[in-house]
Design a protein around this ligand. Sequence first.
Ligand SMILES: [Zn+2]
Length: 133
Amino acid sequence: MSDADSITTLQWLLLTSLSIWIFFDATKIGVKKGQVSGIADMSPIGWLLGCLVLWIIVFPLYLIKRSEFIRINSADTIASIPQQARNKNPKLSLSMDEKVCPYCTELIKQRAIVCRFCGRDLPANKTSSSIRN
Ligand SMILES: [Zn+2]
């Protein structure tokens, strides 16, 4: 095995690790197809393959676009948080022994100490314990 061969092998190893790093990094950020325009519009697999074939273009492109992907995906996360405005008007459908969970706004029993929908502990209710079992 000549020196030239081992250099080539090393380059391939580096290239493969680089492509795999891009793939996992893109997956972690949440890169998806359709998030940006132009040739950078690729899925993590696309980035991996692109890097294997044309790393000299694709790798710098990924580094340039990386911050944009991070920004796009963090904006998505903020937008997907449910809005408080979705809360139903609790007074409309409440019956005597029901209340509305403050966390998920589902109707639950007045005496519940844990919400059966979201499983969270509820603040102790102040209703008189006139009901005895
Ligand atoms: Zn709940």
